[in-house]
Ligand binder design. Sequence first.
Ligand code: UDX
Length: 457
Amino acid sequence: MAVIADRCPHIQVTVVDLNESRIAAWNNSDLKQLPVYEPGLDEVVARARGRNLHFSTGVNDAIASADMVFISVNTPTKQKGVGAGQASDLRWVEACARQVAQYAKGHTVVVEKSTLPVRTAAAIKAILDAREPKSVVSENIPTFSVLSNPEFLAEGTAIHDLEQPDRVLIGGSNTEAIEALATIYSHWVPNQKILRTNLWSSELSKLTANAFLAQRISSINSVAALCEATGADVQEVALAIGTDSRIGLKFLNAGPGFGGSCFQKDILNLVYLSRYFGLPEVATYWEQVIGLNNWQQTRISRLLVQRLFGTVTGKRLAILGFAFKANTNDTRESPAIRISLDLLEEGAQLAIHDPKVTTTQIAADLGKAPSDPSLDLQSEGTWHSVNNVVDAVQGADAVLILTEWDQYRELDWPILARRMRTPAWVFDTRSVVEPYQIAEAGLLLWQLGSGIDQGNL
Ligand code: UDX
């Protein structure tokens, strides 16, 4: 919405939320305090806020005065009831639709921005159309068109992805509504990149795009394991296959498994829908993408323990990176969570470093308060967070790199090595270190997808 406001100064954009503190944070004069860390977002907000971009808790008024309402709420995986663990929880989408139905005036275009299961638009339309007319005078009866306009931005590159999208997808049946939305995007997106489809294609395309991307990651991660076993190198293999223009080079980075708010949730949703529509083979096919991703995470903690002589109980380990990828403070479904929990279960003492993730967030993700490292020297299964890498590696037997933050590419390994307990290991799941630098510092290296394993030399 900030980018729409930035690119279309003639359109008034009001972002509303029931959460007062969140809206207050969006209105904070200190742009460093915005609730979302996203490179470049602060500049966009600075340009548009107060001009034609507003943040408010006045939900009903904003609905009443809007020509177009974007529903952009969470659709997490259901935790209980029918479809628990797979289907999307649509309670917030439904609540929004009901609120829009109640307060909208005149004709309102309702745009699904949240990622939704196929055919949700029908449910939204049914709720909107069920609004009881307040008066018999026909022009007072609100009318609605529903569009699907899924968002393909990735975190960390969101502003770039929005300003120069590969495509914008608009699904719907009402041509006038579709063109009204297309006109907004056409202020900065070339018309040939604005795809118009029917509602169901648009809804399904979002789930499928994420499923395809996640599938590439699981595919390359499966190959990484094979590389380790055979002496091949996954980076060389990725380059060799990715230079085939039909395959392409993007999304072929092997790593600790995909995280983030979308991939797992959307695939689970796809699996659920496939079963619902009587297609169990399709469901099983996509389920494997998640199965491989889970395995990738557990195998990393397992092989780390193996190389540290079969036990990490009471040993200090430095975890570098907790966000699900670089350039974000988001930890949703981050592989670091499961891997850290496995290592805590094994009794390790973890010193966790991440340039953007807060201690409070890590505590919430691990379900466990941090310990005081100065008091708990002998403890097992504890963690604390540190502000710099030098403190993280103090007394550690191993460093485990889980997020590809740029600063981890430039570490001074000889200095770090002196603080560690020998034989000391570097486990690099993101291929950010140069093997010769690790060797020169006298450290042992395990690099994901590399057939050269110093533990086996
Ligand atoms: C994703 C989609 O890319 C985006 O189009 C959609 O709108 C939302 O979901 P996001 O979750 O922000 O975006 O991040 P993305 O860059 O896709 O990375 C997802 C996960 O895959 C991260 O954990 C990342 O580290 C991992 N990944 C990505 C790899 O392991 N290897 C790769 O080659 C690429």
